[in-house]
Design a binder for this molecule. Structure first.
Ligand code: ADP
Ligand code: ADP
Ligand code: MG
Length: 663
C-alpha cells in the first residue's frame, strides 16, 4: 500500500478520505486555507499545512503550493477529492512530474472528458448514444440560433467547460435564445474562463441516471450499477439514490455496458462516473438514454453505491493507484437493498435558497442502523462564505426503497442545526413527497412541487416565538435578580416594571422582539388574580397564541449570547430582544438601499447614478458559493449612488445601490 497521502481538498470529503487512509495504515497530510485552520479535517490528519488565504484560487486551487507541501512532506500520493483540482489535467501531470502518485485517472483521460463537446464526439465514436445537438466549435450567435431551430425547441445551452450546473440555460422558444446564450456565456466565462457552449435537445421528462465505473491499470473495467440523481434544483443534485426506481435488469445491462465502453474509450483508471440523461416519458427504456458527460473523479454521492455494494470506493482508489488489480469481476457484484443520500446545505429555502453562513451553534445528527453521516463540521464551527455550503450528507440504507426513505426522513427530522438556516425540513418533505415515493418523478419534480415542499416565505412560528420570548425573560429575570435585587423573589419580568399597563384585570407589557431579524411585537400577559403565571402572546393578524397553547413544544432551545434558537419541526427560529440602540439592527429597517443578501462577489451592476428604475428591474448580480443571485429594484426609484465596485467582494448586508429618497 502507499505509505502516505496528501489530501488536496477540505470539508467532508477530506475527512472521509482520511478515515479510509488511516484504516489502511497510511500517513495522512492535510493542506488548508486560513479559513479552515480549526476544521475537523485539519484535526483528523496526522499533519496539516497552511497553503494560503481563504479564497480557493489562492489556496485549494494553487497547484504549485500543494505540490510544494507534498514534496516537503514526502507524500507518496495525492488524493484530490471532488471539486477544486480533481478534474484538472495539469494537476495530475504535476504529480507525475514530481514522482507523486495521483489517486485518480491519468491526465489524458481527464483531458479527453474535460470538455463536454469533445467528450460527446469521442464516446459517440465508441458507439455510446449521445443527446442530439450541436457540439462543434462555431460560436456565432446567429449560427447557434439556427442550430437550435434545427434541433427543435426546447433546447439546452451548456458551457463546454461546465460543471456544477453552471453556464446552463433551457430555452423554450427562439425569441429567448439570444438572451439565454449571452447569460450562459457570461456565467461560463466567469466560472471556467471559457465562454464556449454547445446546444442540445432538451430531453422531456428527464431522469438523471449515472453509472459508477471502476477501472484498474490492468485493463479491467467494471460498473458498480447506477445512481438516480433526478431530484435537482438548478441542475444540481439534491437527493441521490441507488438503484434507480423502475430500472430493469436489461436496461441496467445496456447502460452499464455503455458506461464501460465510454471509460475504455479514454483509457480510464480509478473511480469515475458516466452521466446519462434518460427520457422517462414512457418509463425507462434501453433505447432512450443518452450520454451527458463523464466526471473523472470520486463523486459527492458515492456513499449510496458503497451502501448497496458493501465496497469502500476510496480504498479501491488507493489499491488501484498502488498498482493492484481490481479484486473482483463484474459477475461478482450484486446489489444489496436500497440507499438514499440527501445533501444538507446551509441555505434558506424560505428565502430563495440563499446561502446562509455563520457559526454552527449546535449541530447534532442521529445515529442508527443503516444511517451514515458524512460531515466536515461540528458544533462551534463556522460555515464561511468561501466554499460550497454543504454541511453534511445524510445517507440511509434499507432493504427496500420504502425503508431507506423512511429512515432518511426520520434522520433528517432528528437533525439539529442552529445558526445557519438549512434545507433539512425541505429534504424531509421531499423524502415524504407522494410522487417521489411512487417513483413518478423527473428532474422537474422539485420545481413542479415547490409550493408543497415548504419553500418560500412561511408564516411566523408563533409558538416558537412564545417559547423563545419566555426563555429570554427567564434569563433576564435571573440576571436582574442577581444583579439588582440580590436575592429577590420578584416573579415578574423586568418589562413589567418598565411599561406595564392594565387591561381588564390582566396586565400586559409590550415585549419588543427581533424574530429572524424582523421586528415582532409580543406581549407579556399576566393575570392580576395570579401574578405568578405569565404568558407571552404574539399577534400579527393571526389568532393570539400563547405559551399555554396545547401545541406548545420545541425539539430544542439553544441559548446563545445574542438570543435563543428554537427548533420545531426541523425549522429554526431565532428570537432576540430588540434593542433600539443597536446600530446594526437599526440598519435592517432602513429603506432606499439595496444590500448584498449574502457574502459574495459583485459580478455585475446594470444601472448608473441618475437612472430611473422600475420595480422588479434587474440591478446587479452577486455571486456566492456556486450561485448567481440577481438583485432587483424593490420599487420605482432613481439611483443616487453605486456603493460598491463590480468585481469587489461584498459582505452580507453591505450597501450596494442607494436610491434618492423622495419627499
Ligand atoms: P456532482 O455530480 O458530484 O454533484 P458537481 O459538478 O455538481 O458534481 O460538483 C462536484 C462538487 O464539486 C460539488 O458538490 C461541490 O462540492 C464542488 N464544487 C463544484 N463547483 C464548485 C465551486 N465553484 N466552488 C466550490 N466547490 C465546487
Ligand atoms: P454539469 O457539468 O453541470 O453537471 P451536466 O451536463 O451533467 O452538467 O447536466 C447537469 C444537469 O442538467 C443534468 O443532471 C440534468 O438534470 C440536466 N440536463 C443536462 N442535459 C440535459 C438535456 N439534454 N435535457 C434535459 N436535461 C438535461
Ligand atoms: Mg453533471
Amino acid at each position: 500500500m502507499l505509505e502516505s497521502v496528501l489530501i488536496a481538498n477540505r470539508g467532508e470529503i477530506a475527512c472521509r478520505i482520511i478515515r479510509t487512509a488511516k484504516r489502511l495504515g497510511m500517513r495522512t497530510i492535510a493542506v488548508y486555507s486560513e479559513a479552515d485552520a480549526d476544521s475537523l479535517f485539519v484535526q483528523m490528519a496526522d499533519e496539516a499545512h497552511l497553503i494560503g488565504p481563504p479564497p480557493a484560487r489562492e489556496s485549494y486551487l494553487r497547484i504549485d503550493k500543494i505540490i510544494d507541501v507534498a514534496k516537503r512532506t514526502k507524500a507518496a500520493s495525492i488524493h484530490p477529492g471532488y471539486g477544486f483540482l480533481s478534474e484538472r489535467a495539469e494537476f495530475a501531470e504535476a504529480c507525475a512530474e514530481n514522482g507523486i502518485v495521483f489517486v485518480g485517472p491519468p491526465a489524458s483521460a481527464i483531458k479527453a472528458m474535460g470538455l463536454k463537446d469533445a467528450a460527446k464526439a469521442l464516446v459517440q465514436q465508441a458507439g455510446v448514444p449521445v443527446v442530439p445537438g450541436y457540439h462543434g466549435s462555431k460560436q456565432d450567435p446567429d449560427f447557434l440560433r439556427q442550430k437550435a431551430y434545427e434541433i427543435g425547441y426546447p433546447v439546452l445551452i451548456k458551457a463546454v467547460a461546465g460543471g456544477g450546473g453552471k453556464g446552463m440555460r433551457r430555452v423554450d422558444k427562439a425569441a429567448d435564445f439570444d438572451a439565454a446564450l449571452e447569460s450562459a456565456q457570461r456565467e461560463a466565462q466567469n466560472a471556467f474562463g471559457d465562454p464556449r457552449v454547445l446546444v442540445e435537445k432538451y430531453i422531456l421528462s428527464p431522469r438523471h441516471i449515472e453509472i459508477q465505473v471502476f477501472a484498474d491499470g490492468h485493463g479491467n473495467v467494471v460498473h458498480l450499477f447506477e445512481r438516480d440523481c433526478s431530484l435537482q434544483r438548478r441542475h444540481q443534485k439534491v437527493i441521490e439514490e441507488a438503484p434507480a426506481p423502475g430500472m430493469t435488469p436489461e436496461m441496467r445491462q445496456v447502460m452499464g455496458q455503455a458506461a464501460v465502453e465510454a471509460a475504455r474509450a479514454v483509457g480510464y483508471v480509478s473511480a469515475g462516473t458516466v452521466e446519462f440523461i434518460a427520457d422517462g416519458r414512457e418509463g425507462l427504456r434501453p433505447d432512450r438514454f443518452y450520454f451527458m458527460e463523464m466526471n473523472t473523479r470520486l463523486q459527492v454521492e458515492h456513499p449510496v453505491t458503497e451502501a448497496i455494494t458493501g465496497l469502500d470506493l476510496v480504498e479501491l482508489q488507493f489499491r488501484v493507484a498502488a498498482g493492484e488489480a481490481l479484486p473482483f469481476s463484474q459477475e461478482d457484484l450484486a446489489i444489496d437493498g436500497h440507499a438514499v443520500e440527501a445533501r444538507l446545505y446551509a441555505e434558506d429555502p424560505e428565502k430563495e435558497f440563499l446561502p446562509s453562513t455563520g457559526k454552527l451553534w449546535a449541530l447534532e445528527f442521529p445515529e442508527g442502523e443503516g444511517i451514515r453521516i458524512d460531515t466536515g463540521v461540528e458544533t462551534g464551527a463556522e460555515v464561511t462564505p468561501y466554499y460550497d455550503p454543504m454541511i453534511a450528507k445524510v445517507i440511509a440504507h434499507g432493504e427496500t426503497r420504502e425503508e431507506a426513505l423512511d429512515k432518511l426522513a426520520e434522520a433528517l427530522g432528528q437533525t439539529i442545526v442552529a445558526g445557519p438556516k438549512t434545507n433539512a425540513a425541505f429534504l424531509k418533505k421531499l423524502c415524504e413527497a407522494e410522487g417521489f415515493r411512487a417513483g413518478q418523478f423527473d428532474t422537474g419534480f422539485i420545481d413542479r412541487n415547490i409550493d408543497s415542499l415548504g419553500v418560500g416565505p412561511q408564516p411566523l412560528d408563533h409558538i416558537a416565538v412564545c417559547i423563545g420570548a419566555e426563555n429570554l425573560l427567564d434569563r433576564a429575570r435571573f440576571l436582574l435578580q442577581n444583579a439588582v435585587f440580590g436575592r429577590s423573589d420578584e416573579p415578574r419580568s423586568p418589562w413589567s416594571l418598565l411599561d406595564g399597563f392594565q387591561l381588564l384585570g390582566t396586565r400586559m407589557a409590550g415585549l419588543p422582539l427581533l424574530v429572524d431579524g424582523e421586528r415582532v411585537e409580543a406581549r407579556e400577559v399576566f393575570s392580576r388574580m395570579s401574578p405568578t403565571i405569565s404568558a407571552v402572546t404574539v399577534s400579527d393578524g393571526e389568532p393570539w397564541r400563547d405559551t399555554s397553547d396545547p401545541d406548545r413544544y420545541a425539539e430544542r432551545e439553544i441559548e446563545v449570547p445574542h438570543g435563543v434558537y428554537i427548533i420545531r419541526n426541523g425549522r429554526q427560529t431565532l428570537v432576540q430582544l430588540y434593542d433600539p440602540f443597536d446600530v446594526d439592527l437599526e440598519h435592517m429597517d432602513e429603506g432606499g438601499t439595496v444590500k448584498a443578501p449574502m457574502h459574495g462577489k459583485l459580478i455585475a451592476v446594470f444601472v448608473q447614478p441618475g437612472d430611473r428604475v422600475e420595480k422588479g428591474q434587474r440591478l446587479a448580480i452577486v455571486e456566492a458559493m456556486k450561485m448567481e443571485h440577481v438583485l432587483v429594484a424593490p420599487s420605482d426609484a432613481e439611483v443616487a449612488e453605486i456603493a460598491a465596485e463590480p468585481g469587489a467582494q461584498v459582505a452580507e448586508g453591505a450597501r450596494l445601490i442607494v436610491f434618492k429618497t423622495e419627499e
